[in-house]
Design a protein. Structure first.
Length: 366
């Protein structure tokens, strides 16, 4: 940006950051604008903690894998990371604060990857520390560019505050959007859970919240799972959805859960498109389709009336709702023979000789 005034460069960077915060452009575009304005090869924005993300320009994912393999983000290997972790918020660090030559002596692999990527100079600042996330900003420079001159450092120092504010706005806007989405589903009486790209629950509709309080669905440490199962099929389906890159080619995953009366219902796990790949973005939609009220009520009445087990009560409730044994087996995810065994035991406990008598006994108490 030679020939462009300092104020114009600050304005261009600030405008790009505001656009990224409001979703009008990609965060990678904003980081590139900042890198260009400061004469740097690459710009990196990284978040570490419960909310994690990374945006880096001009360095490919494959090159970043090589950097990670060389422990480039390990404070025991890189003095940039080590010093940065202890630095005061918004203090601008440069090579005079780091021990690059010592890092290279201790780790030839780290030296090789830094030289191969041609990023021997770096300016780093910590933007924010909170229980949720530590935000860091880095400008990586080539050997030819050298350390950052004073006017570019001044620009970076000025921009750093804008970056921190823009990320906070982006996180708040994403959270607000998820809350509004949940409210929309709630008004349609849909039980919906909205997860971020790290698989943590960020918002849910009121019908979904009710499912957490009863039945097999469990929420622990911000993550959804199904109780009393040896294999976390829901967690696996969520992980698959998180990994999806092409939404059009990804069918929904379906997992069965059970309500308080043991009636099974499907959970559809759907991937959502990502704009920047931030962990705090909405990444997965879990849509629950719980049993109809009549099925649930019939199962509860049957359990109380005849002393049925949870599995037997579920079958009784579905029978009372007019569902056949074959349909019950498919709905509950069990064999037809298992359902018929439950029906036989239900008849024994209820002293009913057939399904019609059973249904009449249940319905008369509803």
């Amino acid at each position: 940006m030679s020939g462009v005034s300092f104020d114009d460069r600050v304005f261009a960077v600030t405008e790009a950051l505001q656009g990224a915060a409001l979703g009008l452009c990609e965060w990678s575009d904003a980081m590139k604008a900042l890198a260009d304005a400061t004469g740097s090869k690459a710009g990196e924005l990284i978040g570490l903690g419960r909310t994690s993300f990374q945006v880096i320009t001009e360095i490919s994912a494959e090159e970043m894998q090589g950097f990670t393999a060389a422990n480039g983000h390990d404070p025991a290997v890189s003095s940039r990371v080590r010093v940065g972790m202890r630095a005061p918020v918004l203090q601008l660090l440069d090579e005079s604060h780091f021990d690059r030559e010592g890092d290279f002596r201790r780790s030839p692999a780290y030296r090789d990857v830094v030289e191969r990527l041609d990023i021997p100079f770096a300016q780093i600042t910590i933007l924010q520390r909170s229980p949720e996330v530590t935000l860091g900003l880095s400008m990586l420079r080539t050997a030819r560019a050298g350390d950052m001159p004073a006017d570019q450092k001044m620009l970076l120092q000025s921009a750093a505050r804008h970056v921190a504010g823009a990320v906070r706005v982006s996180m708040a806007a994403e959270g607000r959007a998820m809350d509004l989405t949940a409210v929309g589903f709630e008004q349609a009486e849909q039980a919906v859970f909205i997860l971020d790209r790290a698989g943590r629950l960020r918002a849910m509709s009121a019908p979904a919240e009710r499912l957490i309080t009863v039945g097999d669905l469990r929420l622990k440490d911000g993550r959804l799972s199904v109780r009393d199962v040896t294999v976390n099929a829901l967690g696996a389906a969520i992980d698959r959805a998180r990994a999806v890159r092409n939404i059009a080619d990804s069918p929904a995953g379906t997992v069965l859960a059970q309500d308080a009366c043991g009636i099974a219902y499907p959970l559809e796990v759907l991937p959502l498109p990502s704009r920047n790949g931030f962990d705090f973005e909405a990444g997965v939609l879990v849509v629950a389709r719980p049993p109809r009220a009549v099925e649930h009520r019939a199962a509860a009445v049957a359990a109380s009336l005849f002393g049925l087990t949870r599995a037997e009560a579920a079958v009784a409730g579905l029978l009372a709702a007019g569902i056949t044994a074959t349909e019950i087996a498919a709905k509950q995810g069990v064999a037809v023979g298992t359902v018929r065994t439950h029906i036989r035991r239900i008849f024994e406990k209820s002293a009913c000789r057939n399904q019609m008598a059973l249904v009449a006994a249940i319905v008369s108490r509803m």
